[in-house]
Design a protein around this ligand. Sequence first.
Ligand code: GBH
Length: 491
Amino acid sequence: CHGSTLKHQRRFPDDFLFGTATAAYQIEGAWNEDGKGENIWDYLTHNNPTVIKNQDNGDIAADSYHNYKRDVEMMRELGLDAYRFSLSWSRILPTGLANQVNPAGIEYYNNLINEMVKYNITPMITLYHWDLPQKLQELGGFSSPLMGEWFEDYARVVFENFGDRVKMFITFNEPREICYEGYGSDTKAPILNATGVGTYLCAKNLLIAHARAYHLYDKEFRATQGGQCGITISVNWFTPATESAEDEIAAELMRQGEFGIYVHPIFSTEGGFPKELSDRIAEKSAQQGFARSRLPEFTEEEKAFVRGTFDFFGVNHYTGHLVSATEHKEIHPVPSLLDDVDAGQFYADDWPASASAWLVLAPDSIFQALSYLDKKYNKPVFYITENGWSMYEDRDLIDDDRITYYRASMESLLNCLDSGINVKGYMAWSLMDNFEWNQGYNERFGLYRVDFSDPARTRTPRKSAFVYKHIVKHRYVDYDYQPESMTMTID
Ligand code: GBH
């Protein structure tokens, strides 16, 4: 028996929001149906297919565009309180600009939202989960300071159409993945690979765009709609490899480069980019012969505009790392974020591995990440907006490794609650298998398996779905629980 009696008695509050999360490009399919415009993932997968495992794409994905009723039925089977999903910007605004709204796109999301509301499932909308309209990319995307205007105009269409029923809005999913992986490396669309420059340009423009959408909600919609607006940032944990001062400094710079650069401008009292990282980038830029720092400054006015633009802090948390000032260092392009940070990172040997190279089970890492953020950023309200585990396609549905991971996450979350951290919800990634970006359909995160060879995209619950359902229903972790059968019902 893994759990002591005491552990069994630790419970989640009744009003804790348990849900699951997905993203439009990863599940919807219908990439060119009913007036949807092209986005940067359509463009990348169609024009540069070899960067994706097996040359897979999201043209059909889990076909949620046609299966949304089944998706909501799965939420009911699991007994979810909430569901986090993203809107496809180019399904709503085919060119990205707000002069032309696609009624079929509005209708699709209305149908989905109404179906959820009918069964008392709280919708949580992410406005942007990586699928920029291709036309806006051609105009500069996140490198353009106009991103703020484009995003604000899009956000207005979203608040106007859905804000009567939707009370939780997340502006951006994972600025790090947008700006570092998308603009500062070659892993994600638009694979710009503008290392050490693109990342930082994107960071500033994205933060201003987030703040514009927040202020818009605050000024024009909050009074009548009464909802909340926040942002989701990926916060994995970075522990110094030893207790040396050098390793602590290296770990802190790594945290600033990975998430502080997006967190500090919004959640700190002083605003702006984190100081140690800014100093480091300025110093390196000067050594490298740049006329000014590659990290663009915020004016005082911009700092004030971005600071405090949150009602809650969405955290996507998956994994942990050890950080060393001297060991495990790799060669990085110059300039680049990782060259600027200049530290080594690695995993401990005994941390269980998933199917994804970047994802291991690090001990109590939700608690470590949230306690750091809680102290540094004055106790915001947190939601874990993603957390989950990948396995290679496993047709037998018995996903015990995923169950181990989810139970460990629950214990770590309960540690947060015990220590007074204000975390109010948890969204498991993911409701179902989906297009895992560059990994195609090779790495699976679903509580439900999706059969991608079946035109109907049949969804079947895995063992983890039953275990999660038990946790949601009873609000504690029962290590002895085993599903009686693999037949799912709605309670
Ligand atoms: C989340 O990102 C995303 O929000 C979600 O869409 C995604 O499906 C989910 O995680 C699972 O991946 O080493 O080049 O392969 C989590 C953040 C994204 C960080 C992938 C590491 C690996 C890039 N991770 N990234 S690469």
